[in-house]
Design a protein around this ligand. Structure first.
Ligand code: SF4
Length: 190
């Protein structure tokens, strides 16, 4: 059993030997301050299982919540993908929620504009829909010159980001295929 480190001199090598902890990874690595530290997640009401949204690896996460607010996001030890680990991006996921740089409104820079304007989401969706429709109409190929049916447009392509999950990718593929778009890719596959 390790000795009581509070009664052992402060010299590190001596403390490690006296503690039966020669490599200094046990009790002798603690200071009074670090012994008093408590994990943030001790205060949580509950933990909610989730998946890191940053890339296609899909590491498991536990989102710790207190009073309806996120306290911390950590790796999920039960995940067969990541076994509790998160890379630096995944470990910083909480900033997606709390980061002061997060953009929460739609920003639009009109053609030849020099600054971003805030516009309502409905207007942005309407602009996107109109442009998709116009591009599709202008570039539609109904059939090959030899008469084979094509029913496609090469004027639109979709490149998804790795933060899209399986369900979002499924819906994106369905949407673009229904429009006759054949160039549909995802960054995680490249
Ligand atoms: S960004 Fe990092 S933590 Fe997130 S899924 Fe990819 S590898 Fe895992």
């Amino acid at each position: 059993m390790a000795a009581d480190s509070s009664k052992i001199p402060a010299w590190p090598a001596w403390r490690q030997l006296a503690n039966g902890d020669p490599v200094g990874l046990g009790a002798s690595a603690f200071s009074p301050r670090s012994r008093a530290l408590k994990a943030r997640i001790n205060e949580a009401d509950r933990a909610v299982g989730s998946v890191c949204p940053y890339c296609g690896v899909g590491c498991g996460q536990q989102v710790y919540v207190k009073d309806g607010k996120i306290l911390d996001i950590e790796g999920d030890y039960d995940s067969p993908i990541s076994r509790g680990c998160l890379c630096p991006k995944g470990a910083a996921t909480m900033q997606l929620v709390t980061g002061t740089h997060r953009v929460k409104t739609v920003l639009y820079r009109r053609p030849y504009g020099t600054r971003w304007e805030e516009i309502p989401l409905e207007r942005a969706l309407d602009l996107v829909a109109r442009r998709v429709q116009k591009t599709r109409d202008d570039t539609w190929e109904d059939q090959h010159e030899k008469g084979h049916p094509l029913r496609r447009t090469l004027g639109i392509a979709s490149l998804g980001g790795a933060t899209l999950d399986n369900e979002e990718n499924y819906l994106i593929k369905k949407l673009f295929s229904s429009l006759g778009v054949v160039q549909v890719e995802n960054q995680a596959r490249i």
